[in-house]
Design a protein around this ligand. Structure first.
Ligand code: PHE
Length: 443
């Protein structure tokens, strides 16, 4: 079967960075930072990125590009008959689960984008009430979730080069531009330095083992590693794409965006003097207040800036959801020999059903729980605590210990190969293993 390919190196890096940069950077990173010791968290996070998540990313690139196959197929090509293929199946399952709950928040973002563009989020409303009414209503979030999934579907069904690469090349530069404009503006607001101080003053007394567990979880989620997303993308890389330097590029862009999101949110929040909420409340309740307070006298500015912010969030969510969809679509397309649009339709339909279940867990199905959790929290728990770290562990161990050494070196083709081999074989598996087990024990 003719396989898709990214037409250019820059397309490959932008698509991978698009997968990495998402709601995780703009919404989750600032709140994790705020509640886990500011700069102390950033420091631990950077160590997790460098020693644990980045090696998994390079290992995924090696697996994907050397096999030219989807996550499950790649183990069948590289290690036929061996049990590593289980890690591929875990990746497809994780792709389905993450896409299902991620699309719910992305759907909220789409609703807020539309509402801000028609001026509905302007001064005067009780934003807390507005948000709670919205997420607990059965229809509206489901409708926006559906529209969001259809947008994702469209890009994936259109193909690797004409869909994923083309739209990443448009959306990523736009996203970077918006983020820098918003950060520059936020940093010039009165009292902005208070917010920066909050973000950048390390509070080591807050650093406990839970913080280390959160930092690793955040690093894996934010860089999209551990479930084969980037292995799938790397299977479309051409031979000229340098795997290690591309991974360094993706990690740098992702970290810059996360830190810039902190530079947008905290100075603005401190400047207008509202308390920095955490979780969904931060972007859907606190920020509308911030926009209202900051631009109260000049509605046009309130309109422009809230619009820009939600468009930013939407673009980030879309380039990420595309990559999760692609893990599952590539698997179905290649394994069952269905056309790409047909495979994509199956994925979209299944995710829609599971996404609606997640969405309803905020309202109508609040009482429906499995292991004490609603669907949304359950899917988040299974993937973040279990599938992603375990997947990362297996991916590194496979490349470090079992995969043909010559092939790995040939794919890497870098003077850092010996260092990377130590990271794959020892540092990453041991580090991830210890944090993973602690995470399980502490619940
Ligand atoms: N990295 C994305 C984000 O930060 C989320 C994601 C996770 C995407 C796993 C793909 C796979 O939002």
């Amino acid at each position: 079967m003719e396989r898709g390919n990214f037409g250019s190196k820059i397309g490959a890096v932008l698509a991978s960075a698009g997968s990495a940069v998402g709601l995780g950077n703009i919404w989750r990173f600032p709140t994790e930072c705020g509640s886990n010791g500011g700069a102390a968290f950033i420091l631990i996070y950077l160590m997790c990125v460098f020693f644990l998540a980045m090696p998994v990313m390079v290992a995924e690139f090696v697996i994907g590009r050397s096999s030219h196959s989807n996550v499950v197929g790649s183990y069948r090509v590289l290690a036929p008959g061996k049990p590593w293929v289980v890690s591929g199946f875990m990746g497809v399952l994780a792709g389905f689960l993450v896409l299902s709950y991620y699309s719910v928040v992305a759907g909220w973002t789409l609703d807020y984008t539309c509402e801000s563009l028609v001026g509905n989020l302007m001064s005067g409303s009780d934003f807390g009430q507005h948000f709670n009414d919205f997420v607990s209503s059965p229809w509206r979030p489901a409708l926006f979730l559906t529209v969001f999934l259809l947008l994702t579907h469209y890009v994936v069904a259109t193909g690797v080069e004409k869909g994923i690469e083309r739209y990443s090349k448009i959306m990523m530069p736009l996203l970077l531009l918006i983020i820098f404009v918003l950060a520059a503006f936020s940093l010039t607001m009165p009292n902005a330095m208070e917010g920066l101080r909050f973000l950048l003053t390390p509070d080591f007394s807050k650093v406990t083992k839970d913080v280390v567990i959160s930092a690793m979880g955040q690093a894996f989620f934010s860089l999209s590693v551990g479930m084969g997303t980037l292995a799938t993308y790397a299977s479309y890389f051409n031979k000229e794409t340098r795997l290690f330097s591309s991974a360094v590029g993706v990690c740098t862009i992702d970290t810059l965006v996360a830190v810039s999101a902190g530079f947008i949110i905290f100075p603005a929040v401190f400047s207008v003097g509202v308390s920095a909420d955490s979780g969904p409340g931060l972007v859907f309740i606190t920020l509308p207040y911030v926009f209202q307070e900051a631009f109260g006298g000049v509605p046009v500015l309130e309109y422009i800036f809230s619009g820009l912010f939600y468009v930013l969030l939407l673009l980030a969510a879309l380039t990420s959801s595309i990559s999760m969809h692609e893990i599952c679509t590539a698997y179905i397309h290649e394994t069952f020999k269905l056309s790409r649009p047909k495979a994509a339709t199956i994925v979209t339909a299944l995710c829609l059903l599971m996404g609606i279940a997640c969405s309803l867990s905020f309202g109508l199905w609040k009482e429906v729980t499995v292991m004490g959790k609603g669907f949304f929290d359950l899917f988040d728990f299974i993937t973040a605590k279990f599938l992603m770290p375990l997947g990362g562990l297996l991916i590194c161990t496979f490349v470090g210990w079992d995969m043909n050494k010559k092939l790995v070196a040939q794919e890497l083709d870098s003077r850092f190969t010996p260092l990377l081999m130590v990271l794959f074989s020892w540092v990453a598996p041991i580090g991830i293993g210890i944090i993973f087990i602690y995470g399980l024990i502490s619940g």
